[in-house]
Design a protein around this ligand. Structure first.
Ligand code: ZN
Ligand code: ZN
Length: 369
């Protein structure tokens, strides 16, 4: 009897070991879209464990929370360091958690679009006093359109940076974009259009993350000819804000899947939901949060949403809730400081990919098309 129990226990341990090491033996490119409360932190890991992190979450009171959540993703991926970090632009929801993150895991290469161009005292102080000490432990470079990162295991191509966009089409792209004729310019602040945009390819799988690139830059990138081509997965979507996500971008990229890094009261706006769901070839939208700005009318099934809020409301309103005007009396957005969950995309070289909601384990396979 003892011997049998012994071998059973050994078998269980062995099984556990195999499972925990699975990420490195599956041969997939794994992309974790981490919940950083309406900011951005997206981690891509090659089969051999080389990694790219796009943005580092919020600063201020959210910095430790977001750095800890990013660290959980690096642990799940078996990483002991981050090889490449791209800060898409100098807004606090994209670089704010960097000091706390860098204190927890080494970062080898720091990449950004160059100087901040939307004056902000805290950001300017950070760039002058703090950032150089962080990247002095690694290397620092400014992304130029057309650059290819030196990362192994998958390709990362810079398609936008510092207000510049690809001037000539990538291989296989360059067709006229039929959506340009109906383009309507949008509003933007100064920094969002500076975003470093990255096209990620792994075999025949393609995904794109454009930071918070706004509509007018989307037009420059995609019109009159689509210089990018198509993608399988559209990442980020500027939190689902309607200052981005024009048809010239979304419909021409023809994503099968989008993963939106929205907050509890940030993004998921009706116009964006309409654009995404009328996009040719589109199958599913996965969201980091329920957003009260969507209401039930514009929300995907909960299966596709990774995070609730700490205090569950009795019911989700059916109509989208209008965004309250900013000011001292604006009620705070619903809080989510508790356990957080990511959306994970696992892609194979043949273009097949699986998306998983880490909260409920719901998973869907997108076969070759
Ligand atoms: Zn959350
Ligand atoms: Zn943002």
């Amino acid at each position: 009897m003892t011997g049998r129990f012994g071998s059973a226990a050994a078998a269980i341990v062995l099984c556990g070991t195999l499972l925990s090491g699975q990420a490195k033996t599956t041969g997939t490119l794994d992309i974790y879209v981490v919940d950083v409360e309406g900011g951005n932190a997206t981690l891509a890991v090659s089969p051999s464990g080389e990694s790219l992190l796009i943005d580092s979450g919020n600063g201020g009171a959210g910095a430790v929370r977001d750095a800890t959540r990013i660290l959980e993703a690096t642990k799940a991926a078996g990483l002991s360091k981050i090889d490449y970090l791209i800060i898409t632009h100098w807004h606090g929801d994209h670089y704010g958690g960097l000091v706390e993150l860098a204190a927890r895991i080494p970062i080898a290469h720091f990449i950004d679009h160059g100087p901040n161009i939307q004056p902000n005292q805290a950001t300017d102080d950070f760039l002058r006093e703090t950032y150089p000490t962080l990247y002095s432990k690694g290397t620092h470079s400014v992304a130029k359109v057309g650059d290819k990162l030196g990362i192994k295991g998958f390709d990362v191509r810079v398609v936008t940076s510092a207000g510049h966009v690809l001037s000539s089409p990538l291989s296989g792209a360059g067709a006229a974009n039929p959506y340009c004729a109906n383009f309507k310019p949008g509003d933007n602040n100064a920094e969002d259009p500076q975003s470093v945009g990255s096209l990620i390819t792994f075999g025949s799988f393609r995904a794109i993350h454009l930071g918070d690139l706004t509509k007018n830059k989307e037009f420059e990138l995609m019109c009159p000819a689509n210089r990018v081509g198509t993608v399988d997965v559209l990442l980020g979507l500027h939190h689902g804000q309607d200052t981005s996500n024009s048809e010239v971008l979304v419909h021409a990229l023809r994503p099968r899947v989008a993963v939106m890094n929205n907050g509890t009261r940030k993004g998921g706006l009706p116009e964006v939901m309409r654009t995404v769901y009328t996009s040719p070839r589109f199958e599913d939208l996965w969201q980091i949060h329920f957003s009260v700005l969507s209401g039930q009318e514009y929300t995907v099934p909960g299966l596709f949403i990774a995070n609730w809020i700490d205090d569950q409301p009795a019911a989700m309103p059916i109509n989208p809730v209008p965004l309250p005007a900013p000011g001292p009396n604006t009620p705070p957005a619903p809080v989510h400081d508790g356990a957080a969950h990511w959306i994970k995309v696992s892609a194979q070289q043949d273009g097949t990919f699986t998306v998983t909601n880490a909260r409920n384990g719901f998973s869907k396979i997108y076969g070759r098309k």
